[in-house]
Write a protein that binds this ligand. Structure first.
Ligand SMILES: [Zn+2]
Ligand SMILES: [Zn+2]
Length: 418
C-alpha cells in the first residue's frame, strides 16, 4: 500500500492524505490551510494539494473521500472536489457543515454518498475503512482504521481525551487490530508541550464560579458556535447559576442540527434566541434564509429585554459588537473568552475587547485545546504498537523522535510504501 501525506507533515491544518493500492485510491480529509477566526468560517485562501483526479474540471481518479470532522483545516477545500467522488462524513457533522455554509456563504458543503457510523465498516475497492468516534472540539469526529492488501493503518484525525467523559476514552477502549503497520498521528500540541491541559468539566466549573461571582451582571461568552462540548458546558454552568441561556440565530440553527439533548431553543425552555442586526438583514435577503430565521422567532429575545435583565448568559461572536453597543446596562458585565488566544490578535476581536474594557467588563480566559497532549498521544501509540509512527498535523514532527518509538518523518507529497 502507498501512503502519501499531500499536506500536513510540517504544519497544523490543511490536512490531506492519500492511501493507494494498484486499483484503488482514497483520500482522508481535504483541509484548508490557516484556520480562520472562527473555525466555522472558511474565508482564507488556500492552495489545493496536488492530488491528481480529485478535483472539479479534471478526470476523476479518486474512489472515495473520507472526512474526519467538520473543521475547516480538514474539510475547507471540499467545494473543489469532483462531483463524482463519493464523500463519507458523519451525518451530524454534514448537517453542521451545510448549515454553516448556508449562513456564511461558504463553498464547504457536502452531499455525502454515505455516513460514518462508529465501528461500521465501509468498503471501497481494495479498502475497508472502519471509523471510530473520537473526542475532539468538533462534534461527530472520527478516527479511521483502514485495511488493504493485508496491511492496516490507523489515522487519528484530530483527537484528545480531556473532553466530555463518556466519549473521551471511547476510542481507547476499542479493540484495535494487533498488527498495525502505520499510525498517522496528529501532533498539534508538540509545539505547546508546557501548556496545562484542563478538561471540559474544569472549564465548566470555572465558568460557573465566574457566573456566580457576578450574580447581578450579564455574562457574555465568546466561543465557536460549532464547539458543541463547550456550548453544553456553558449552558450547564448558566443553568446552575440561575440564568437563562441566550444564543444567536446562527448558533440556534447549528445546535438544532445536532439533536434534542443538546441545548436548543426548541426543547429547552431556558434557551432564548438573539437576532444580530446585520446577520438578520442579510439572511432575510437569501433565498432560503427567511425560513431559517423565522423558525425560532417565538423564542426571540430582544435588545430591549436584554437591557432590562441581568440574569442571562449570552454567546457572542466577533461580528456582534454593534449589537452589544445597542444593549443597555452592560457596564461591569462579565466576559468569558473561550477560544484560542491567537484569535485575539484579529481586528474584530480586538475591537470587541476594547469595547469591553471601556465598559469596565471583567474578562476571564477559559479555554482548553481540542488536541491531545503528549501523554495521550503516547497512550494512543501504546495501544496501537505500530510498525511505524508518522506524525502529521504538527509543526514539530521531529519532536516525536525522542518520545516515541519507530517514528518516520515524511515530507508533503512523498510516497511511502508499506
Ligand atoms: Zn485539525
Ligand atoms: Zn479539528
Amino acid at each position: 500500500m502507498k501512503i502519501i501525506v499531500h499536506r500536513g507533515t510540517h504544519q497544523i491544518g490543511g490536512s490531506c492524505i492519500e492511501l493507494a493500492t494498484e486499483n484503488t485510491r482514497i483520500i482522508l480529509d481535504i483541509g484548508q490551510e490557516l484556520p480562520s477566526i472562527d473555525e466555522t468560517e472558511f474565508q482564507n485562501k488556500s492552495q489545493l494539494p496536488q492530488v491528481k483526479g480529485l478535483y472539479n474540471g479534471g478526470e476523476k481518479a479518486i474512489d472515495a473521500l473520507f472526512i474526519s470532522h467538520y473543521h475547516g483545516d480538514h474539510v475547507g477545500l471540499i467545494g473543489n472536489v469532483h462531483p463524482d467522488v463519493p464523500i463519507y462524513i458523519g451525518e451530524k457533522a454534514a448537517k453542521i457543515l451545510n448549515m454553516t455554509a448556508q449562513f456564511t456563504g461558504s463553498k464547504a458543503c457536502v452531499s455525502p454518498a454515505g455516513y460514518l457510523v462508529s465501528g461500521q465498516e465501509i468498503k471501497v475497492g481494495d479498502f475497508s475503512i472502519v471509523p471510530y468516534l473520537v473526542d475532539h472540539s468538533a462534534f461527530d469526529a472520527y478516527a479511521f482504521v483502514i485495511y488493504a492488501e493485508n496491511k492496516c493503518i490507523v489515522y487519528t484525525g484530530d483527537i484528545r481525551e480531556h473532553g466530555k467523559k463518556k466519549l473521551s476514552t471511547y476510542f481507547f477502549r476499542q479493540k484495535l487490530p494487533k498488527e498495525i503497520d502505520a499510525l498517522l498521528i496528529e501532533g498539534t500540541m508538540m509545539g505547546r508541550t508546557t501548556e496545562v491541559i484542563e478538561t471540559e468539566e474544569q472549564i465548566e466549573q470555572k465558568a460557573y464560579d465566574f457566573m456566580v461571582s457576578r450574580k447581578d451582571r450579564p455574562i457574555f461568552v465568546i466561543q465557536s458556535s460549532a464547539n458543541i462540548d463547550r456550548l453544553v458546558g456553558m449552558y450547564r454552568a448558566t443553568k446552575r447559576s440561575g440564568r437563562i441561556f441566550v444564543m444567536d440565530i446562527f448558533t440556534a440553527n447549528i445546535v438544532s442540527q445536532v439533536g434534542g439533548r443538546i441545548p436548543n431553543p426548541y426543547t429547552f425552555k431556558d434557551v432564548r434566541v438573539f437576532y444580530p442586526f446585520h446577520l438578520t438583514r442579510r439572511m432575510f435577503k437569501e433565498p432560503d434564509g427567511k425560513e431559517l430565521m423565522k423558525q425560532f422567532s417565538q423564542h426571540l429575545i430582544s435588545r430591549k429585554e436584554l437591557g432590562e435583565r441581568k440574569d442571562y448568559c449570552m454567546l457572542v461572536r466577533d461580528t456582534m459588537l454593534s449589537d452589544l453597543q445597542h444593549i443597555n446596562n452592560l457596564e461591569g458585565a462579565g466576559i468569558i473568552y473561550s477560544m484560542w488566544s491567537g484569535y485575539l490578535k484579529t481586528e474584530r476581536l480586538e475591537r470587541m475587547m476594547n469595547y469591553a474594557a471601556k465598559m469596565n467588563m471583567e474578562i476571564i480566559h477559559l479555554h482548553t485545546s481540542g488536541h491531545a497532549g503528549i501523554k495521550t498521544l503516547q497512550n494512543i501509540a501504546k495501544s496501537c504498537s505500530p510498525e511505524r509512527i508518522i506524525p502529521i498535523h504538527t509543526e514539530y514532527p521531529e519532536r516525536f523522535i525522542d518520545k516515541f518509538a519507530n517514528v518516520v518523518i515524511v515530507n508533503d507529497n512523498e510516497a511511502i510504501f508499506i
